[in-house]
Design a protein around this ligand. Sequence first.
Ligand SMILES: [Fe+2]
Length: 222
Amino acid sequence: MTGRQYEETDVLERADAAFAEAMADALDVREHETGNHSRRVACHTLVLARRFISDPNRLRHIYWGALMHDIGKIGVPESILLKPGALNEAEWEVMRTHPEKGHRIIAQIPGMADAAEIVLSHQERFDGSGYPRGLHDEQIHLGARLLAVIDTLDAITSDRPYRKGRSFDHARDEIAGMSGKQFDPQAVEAFMAEETTLRKMVEDMCMQSHDPAILPNTRSIS
Ligand SMILES: [Fe+2]
């Protein structure tokens, strides 16, 4: 590629990255989420993904998919999204539409097919008991299998209006217990192997907006 082409690719990649970050922010605002849930989940998913993938482009798409995984919740009524108590069955039915709603949004964007597939698959379970398609094993995008573990880690360790976040150890035990059921055993193994890094990141609440190693500053290439 020529220097000019690098510059154009750089601009497009930065536009995609800015778009993904803005979408995640929009959802966090709507959910009254002040802790950067989407970014944390995306950062932590990358820690696992790097154990399987070295191609920065594939990693970038996994990051974007993880960052925007719940974007379809933008289409869920506020009375359900922000309900303080437990959802009833009818409300759950609406909530369970969010992967497809998110997929419809992201799949329209050129070059985001991988991220859109992760958005669509993030509620699937390794044993086939998830939704919306009831996929199992490797039918589920690797990024979505890794994200599923990390989303659970974040849900358990984050504070909620009605309860304090629980410990990393508590999350680790729950995740280990779901290996081969909700979670891909390989994803759980990667989680255990990265325990020290993840524990530290959870403590720091991973406030990084993106990882410079994954979204390199290509301006330096000419
Ligand atoms: Fe979700």
